[in-house]
Design a protein around this ligand. Structure first.
Ligand code: AMP
Length: 302
């Protein structure tokens, strides 16, 4: 089943204890789309880039089967640039620089006609105003999941609160859930978010896994244990993209499907952090994810 993803396409400069990379391919929409495409689902990307975006990046996404007709190019503007540095624990990071460029407030996404009947939508990190504009163009969605981050919680709270009334699920990390609700306890924060709109909430806790709160119950998901984390950038986006795509590919709905999609998402994100930028996601196949998912199952079932 097809899946629409809106998010950033960006140049990232990243510094981690394992090294640094300058102006490499990144962006929430790019990570989420590549991760989602690894399930075999048809991914339809919506986003905007500037005149500095090399054609080869678009070709790369297309080579993964990602539909880029919704990727607008604005020749007179610059692509989003983000630079960040990770601390020794690899969980915490600081943003050194962000230039929104084309992602500034004047971006009003245009959803290609061919995307509008897709039932599944993932709203990756980007402005909630853009997310709302995209949803107004969709004709028959059945599952809408969004991600958000401190930048938008701080700067676009009103639009974010409106967005929350229109989505089925929200994925965010523990510090973001605290910022959004004022609650340090993730369970209490998740319940408060449910009262704002989304039926289910997934709160990610980095290397400590994730907690999912649904009307049917609460589930814990450990992270896949890794010895060699190289670059955590995009872990959240690849987790979320893989999660929504896995739900889109499922024949059944229900709790078992959601739990399996969570494991799939965790494993996809674990590959992502083994290399800088998209290096690892571009190397692996669906078989690699399946094999690691099976090993993961053995680790957590008792
Ligand atoms: P994550 O590590 O999952 O939080 O995602 C990191 C990605 O988000 C990087 O590739 C950045 O280019 C992108 N990013 C950083 N800031 C923003 C922003 N304000 N809006 C959209 N995407 C962003």
């Amino acid at each position: 089943m097809s899946l629409v993803i809106i998010g950033s396409a960006a140049f990232d400069s990243i510094e981690t204890p394992k090294g640094r990379r300058e102006k490499v391919l990144g962006g929430s929409g790019v990570y989420a789309s590549v991760a989602a495409s690894l399930t075999g689902e048809e991914v339809q990307l919506v986003g905007v880039v500037g005149g500095d975006w090399p054609e080869s990046n678009t070709r790369l996404l297309e080579s993964r089967g990602i539909d880029t007709r919704g990727l607008e190019i604005r020749p007179d503007a610059e692509t989003l640039y983000w630079s960040g540095r990770y601390f020794e624990n690899m969980n915490d990071r600081e943003t050194l620089e962000i230039k929104l460029g084309v992602m500034g407030t004047e971006y009003d996404p245009i959803v290609p006609e061919e995307y509008r009947k897709s039932k599944f939508v993932f709203l990756a990190n980007g402005s909630p105003q853009c997310h709302l504009a995209l949803l107004r163009q969709m004709e028959r969605t059945s599952l809408i999941i969004a991600d958000t981050m401190d930048f938008y919680i701080n700067n676009c709270r009103q639009a974010l609160l409106e967005l929350l009334t229109k989505i089925d699920g929200l994925i965010l990390n523990d510090s973001e859930s605290r910022l959004l609700t004022g609650e340090a306890n993730p369970l209490t924060a998740a319940r408060k978010i449910q009262q704002m709109g989304p039926q289910f909430v997934i709160i990610k806790k980095g290397e400590h896994g994730a907690i999912m709160v649904t009307p049917e119950g609460t589930f814990l998901q450990p992270a896949y244990p890794l010895e060699n984390v190289v670059d955590p950038t995009g872990a959240g986006d690849s987790f979320a993209g893989a999660f929504v795509a896995r739900l889109a590919s499922a024949e059944k709905t229900g709790l078992e499907t959601i739990k399996e999609a969570l494991a799939w998402a965790t494993v996809t994100a674990s590959f992502n952090v083994e290399g800088f930028s998209l290096e690892r996601l571009l190397e692996i196949t669906r078989d690699d994810i399946e094999q690691r998912r099976d090993r993961f199952r053995e680790m957590i079932v008792f």
